[in-house]
Design a protein. Sequence first.
Length: 512
Amino acid sequence: MTMLAVGRPTRPETDAGAAALRTEGHGLVQDEPLIFELGGWTKTGVDLPEPELDASDLAGLTREAPVGLPGLSEPETLRHYVRLSQKNHAIDLAMYPLGSCTMKHNPRLNEKMARLPGFADVHPLQPVSTVQGALALMDELAHWLKTLTGMPAVALTPKAGAHGELCGLLTIRAALEARGDARRTVLVPVSAHGTNPATASIAGYQVVEIAQTDDGRVDIADLAAKLGPDVAAVMVTNPNTCGLFERDVLEISRLTHEAGAFFYCDGANFNAIVGRVRPGDLGVDAMHINLHKTFSTPHGGGGPGAGPVVLSAALAPYAPAPWVVSDGEGFHIVERNEGEAAAAFGRMCAFQGQMGMYVRALAYMLSHGSDGLRQVAEDAVLNANYVKARLSGALTPAFPDGPCMHEALFDDAWLEGTGVTTLDVAKALIDEGFHPMTMYFPLVVHGAMLIEPTETEPKREIDRFCDAVLRLAAAAKAGDAARFKGAPFKAPLRRLDETAAARKPRLRWTAG
């Protein structure tokens, strides 16, 4: 039996038809004032009945001046915020190539699970008997994290990566103090994640830098020279912020432990090795894991986040409370296990952490499985090396020899003599429809451009991004500096004074 297609063709049959389907977006760009500049100070978007009771019972708390909010109807309010959202770049719109940030797609399944009433409406002060499902989820998440890292213990409560770093260092300090060994120095490679030295300083330690080799890795000789009886920990990011795996990580671990110090590994780049390498096998004592990066929960905008810390057997007794434990009849929250060291430093936060982040992360893990998580790392590394291969002919790789890991790093040597800077390229990339890559970081590379495609980008989108970068490279080298100096030309706002915006932000609207 022959099946016949029914209905009109969906593909234009002529060039004229194809041209008729093309459109530009300029007519769709809406000018949008601040919500306070929208009219209606004397009106409200809803009708409320006059109160039947007076305000005498409020004593001196009665309002004597207008609320000071614009009176908008629901359609006006909705359109205002939708228009604002359309002015922002988003991972749902196009590739978001921020290096060291792992801006990957957040599966909607994760969101659906996190919005289940039993998780979304849970309250930290509920009776434990009413939150058994939430505690069971936390227990299973902890099991996955310990399995993936090869570590025997995990503290779930830290709220983000830097919070996890602080948790790890406080745990290390508690362990050192318990053996009567107060140390005051933390060694941090120049290729480490940017928050490492800041966290060590906040924790009360003196920070000493470890040099980097010409190929972008920890200088083992310099590390060995600086290790001593006053070193509490060595903080290494692996893969590091140059997008490279520390080949000598076992030697770093050995030297650190021989000096009586602890090995802290920054897990910000765990996405590059998840399912492939267990940090516990590398001699790591503590490592935070950004659930909002590796396991694809919302990222950016300052939160929410979660940075659980996995711990070695030597540090496990000093982990912060609380713990979720099962006695065979149900799950409970305890402040300290029987027989645990009294020197554990207590809590990192008031309650048990970010339930929404826990749900999203576990949903991601269960939907991928162990083999799928391994493929996450493999595809992330493959995509980054594809970017490096496509752009290396026009840009200058910071470390050209050998493959990279999850991100490709370029310097600004290719811009020499063009009058164009890394910042100019980034601004021009906005006109091409992409969020810029990470700029000027890591600091050890001059004019750095750090690109992380993640595993969720298809080849078509990566090619579209690389084509845009190559067009800009050709324009810069051809002397078309005007294309860059005024960019972006097509964004809702033109180039801003970013230094003034960071140091003197205007956060409050005033009339006139």
